[in-house]
Ligand binder design. Structure first.
Ligand SMILES: *Cc1c(COP(=O)(O)O)cnc(C)c1O
Length: 369
């Protein structure tokens, strides 16, 4: 079986010394030594001012919204993993969906201003598949209307633009270190922020709102990352350069073999951007011999576990369907892309033979059918 994503697991014996250290210290969670080390290492590696680790990306999103005391309505994209909007509902915020740009598949800045109402307090864009949002435009709109910007950067680990981390954009950026992501701690997440005061608030919120041993200043949550997860992150970080390099090779192999295929479109590569090659989405158009869903079934039948990220749109789920902004007429591009998209397998443990098998099946889908 070939999975669409697969966690990179370094040799088990490399993890042994970390476990021995934890057993020796008997410090298993609550801001332990590995937690400290991973925050320092990621701050350095990512080139960001401050980072706070959390137990997963969803708790990081919830906590980011609490950090900035967001209220009312939040403008966001329907073309994402459902946790993006769920985090709004859990904060009793109203998602307002805005259509996406057909090239980047990120929220279309040209459509944001029309969605702003007196209740709007923030924008929650997603760097979908790690493709950077137009942060300059989004920042200008936010400034003009007094809005906060929180990026769901779950796909954007290590992505750089003009030589700098895109995690520096907006007020806060949220990462996921879930097993399926480019950098994983089994489960994990983080919030990137620009100043020490915000980090202090995040660190308090993720620890029940404790300011010190006897003072609780906010209704916080248990969002702490354990020592085991932090230790695994430190080990993972030793292998990240090799993992990213392998991802790049696979991306290039797909592009070379599929770039000219009639009826199939790869996403364009962004100028001045260091990608993390987190996903390989293709769009299946008329002109391809099969429909998207036929190709999906065909590959699945060969044990190639492709995924339709992101179909259905978040706005199609029953929780969101009733919102005025969820109407398909408001989201024509997102609706069309969600019907065309298929993510091909991309992870560092794929062999060239496996990639070539996927390529052959996509290039001549009838051969094996
Ligand atoms: C994975 C993901 C999340 C959620 O992260 P978890 O760590 O799984 O909670 C949120 N947003 C997007 C876009 C994601 O892909």
């Amino acid at each position: 079986m070939i999975n669409v994503t697969q966690p990179y697991l370094p040799p088990l014996e490399e993890f042994q010394p970390y476990l021995e250290e934890i057993w020796k210290n008997k410090w298993v969670t609550n801001n332990g030594p590995f937690h400290h080390q991973l925050e320092a290492a990621l701050t350095e590696y990512l080139g960001v001012p401050h980072i706070s680790l959390l137990a997963n990306g969803t708790l990081a999103l919830l906590t980011a919204l609490q950090t900035l005391r967001i209220s009312g309505e939040v403008i966001t994209t329907p073309y994402s993993f459902v946790a993006t909007s769920h985090a709004l509902i859990w904060n009793t915020l109203k998602p307002v969906f805005v259509d996406i740009d057909p090239l980047t598949l990120n929220i279309n800045p040209d459509k944001i201003e029309a969605a702003i109402t007196p209740q709007t307090t923030a924008i929650l864009p997603v760097h979908c598949y790690g493709t950077p949002c137009d942060s300059r435009r989004i920042g200008e709109i936010a400034d003009a209307h007094g809005l906060k910007v929180i990026y769901d950067a779950a796909h954007a680990f290590a992505v750089r633009q003009h030589g700098k981390s895109i995690l520096r954009h907006g007020d806060l950026s949220v990462l996921s270190f879930h097993a399926t992501k480019v950098f994983n701690t089994f489960e994990g997440g983080a919030i990137v922020c620009g100043d020490a005061k915000s980090k202090k608030r995040i660190d308090s919120l993720k620890n029940f709102g404790f300011a010190n041993e006897v003072t609780v200043t906010a209704p916080g949550i248990n969002g702490k990352m354990s020592e085991i997860n932090a230790a695994f992150g430190l080990l993972q970080l030793k292998h990240i350069a090799a993992a990213l390099a392998r991802r790049q090779q696979i991306d290039a192999r797909y592009r070379a073999a599929l770039g000219d295929l009639p009826g199939l479109a790869c996403l364009p590569q962004m100028p001045d951007t260091t990608s993390n090659y987190s996903y390989f989405p293709v769009l299946i158009k008329t002109g391809y011999p099969l429909t998207r869903d036929q190709l999906y079934q065909h590959l699945r039948a060969q044990d190639i576990m492709v995924r339709r990220y992101f179909y259905p749109l978040i706005s199609e789920f029953s929780v969101y369907k009733g919102l005025a902004s969820a109407a398909r007429s408001n989201l024509p591009v997102a609706t069309q892309v969600s019907r065309e998209v298929l993510c091909l397998p991309l992870h560092p443990t794929l062999t060239d033979d496996e990639v070539d098998l996927v390529i052959d099946l996509v290039r001549s889908p009838k051969k094996a059918a």
